[in-house]
Design a protein around this ligand. Structure first.
Ligand code: SF4
Length: 448
């Protein structure tokens, strides 16, 4: 079978969480958190604190974040975070021990906060929620302009094990083209500060597919990143999404751009594999000698079974049967309204917006989170958890993937693993595993 006619476009959707927030809806009964968490295992939870502030709005970004924080908004936001943490910890109760196995501060840019505010953020995680930050992996996102020595010293002292910095490109003109003005000298200085702070895992994010980017300039960025020997590197394809800066500029996705991105992806992958890195997923690469248990936090690669507590108005929380959050938007005005509403909220005892996780959705989520990892999914794990066979449950999809050459035919029969081309097409493969109802909800979601 020729793959040409049947292969979908490679860059459709980054499946970093399933179901996506655009499939969430207001929960009519606003269930009390106490009921949602009753009877759920809570001895290996993940804790995620969301800081929705940035110094600039990057042109490609559709994350829930706003530019700047006038009128001491960060202080009021932390006040609300404190109230929410108190309410959530109360809802978890003390009938069973509550233990956090991992923590992450994401955004936005958590280091938009001052050093003193970061101390307060850590206090909220520790004193309100009971997370032992110095004893568990703690991952924090930062940016070149906010990775200052005073902030990094606080984070290192409070137990940060991984710092992830969005560099995107070491070529200044490309950074401008992605609507993220920065100077390489500032980026290099920030990386120096991070290394001086002594946090064990450094992750650098790079983007490919920027207007004007060539194999030579891509190589420049890859080599500049490798020079710092980061323990992790993420290579992201550029997306142009509705309502983002680039989306508003009218940049169009087309076949030539797909080709450019695929070419640069393969170049980047091969370059990293030749320079001491192993591939963990389509986007993630890890230095082969890097520590394994201090790295990535609970956001991108949450364990398929454990629960997650998200605090802050852009954060998701997961119980096995419900994913929930607050309202979601990409448009700056809408985001500001949602953040303002969050800072005045007094009652955090209920889930507002979310999506139930049916047994079918739980199977899809397990498969998605496992099979998009380079190491693949042991079929036995799936059978043990659900009592059914993944090859039967997803027969049509897997046959389609096999016909396109996306499955590794050399993998042991007990392991469902993608081929290199399957991994390259993760953003096309993933969406094909969405349920009809999630797909319909995402399609019906009104972008705002
Ligand atoms: S990419 Fe990061 S730094 Fe840029 S706007 Fe989005 S969250 Fe902020």
């Amino acid at each position: 079978m020729t793959t040409e006619a049947t292969t979908p476009r490679p860059y459709q959707s980054y499946v970093y969480a399933y179901p996506h927030k655009t499939a969430y809806r207001p929960l009519p009964d606003r269930p009390p958190l106490r009921e949602l968490w009753a009877g759920q295992s809570r001895d290996a939870l993940s804790l995620y604190l969301h800081i929705p502030f940035c110094e600039v709005r990057c042109g490609f970004c559709n994350l829930f974040t706003r530019v700047g924080a006038p009128d001491e908004l960060t202080g009021r936001y932390l006040d609300a975070l404190d109230r929410q943490a108190t309410a959530v910890r109360d809802a978890l109760g003390d009938d069973e021990p509550v233990r956090f196995a991992a923590a992450a501060f994401g955004g936005g840019t958590p280091t938009f906060l001052t050093a003193a505010e970061l101390e307060r953020l850590c206090d909220i995680a520790e004193k309100r929620m009971g997370a032992d930050l110095r004893a568990v992996p703690l991952s924090v996102e930062t940016s070149p302009s906010t990775a200052t020595p005073d902030r990094l010293a606080v984070l290192a002292d409070r137990g940060t094990t991984r710092l992830s910095i969005g560099v995107q490109s070491f070529v200044d003109t490309e950074a401008r083209a992605a609507v993220r003005p920065q100077r390489r000298a500032d980026v290099e200085a920030a990386l120096g500060h991070i290394r001086t702070a002594g946090v064990p895992v450094l992750n650098i994010d790079l983007i490919y597919g920027i207007d004007g980017q060539t194999p030579a300039t891509w190589r420049t960025s890859l080599d500049a990143a490798i020079a710092w020997q980061p323990e992790e590197l993420y290579l992201y394809p550029l997306y142009v999404r509705p309502l983002t800066g680039l989306g508003r500029l009218g940049a169009a996705a087309d076949a030539a751009w797909d080709e450019q991105r695929l070419r640069l992806y393969r170049q980047g992958r091969d370059h990293l594999l030749e320079h001491g890195y192993e591939q963990v997923s389509m986007r993630m690469f890890r230095r082969t000698d890097a520590p394994r248990d201090l790295g990535e936090g609970p956001v991108d690669h949450a364990c398929q079974t454990d629960g997650m507590i998200g605090l802050g108005c852009g954060a998701r929380s997961y119980t096995p049967s419900l994913h929930y959050s607050f309202d979601y938007a990409v448009d700056m005005r809408e985001i500001r309204t949602i953040i303002d509403a969050y800072t005045t909220t007094e009652d955090f005892s209920r889930a507002e917006v979310g999506r139930p996780i049916t047994p079918d959705e739980a199977r899809r989520r397990h498969l998605l989170q496992s099979v998009l990892q380079a190491e693949g999914m042991p079929a036995a794990d799936y059978r043990d958890r659900f009592g059914t066979d993944p090859y039967e449950d997803f027969r049509a999809e897997l046959e389609r993937f096999a016909a396109r050459g996306w499955l590794d035919t050399g993998a042991p029969a007990t392991l469902l693993r993608l081929s290199p081309e399957g991994l390259a097409h993760s953003d096309a493969l993933g969406p094909e595993l969405f349920s009809d109802s999630v797909r319909a909800a995402m399609a019906a979601y009104e972008q705002k």
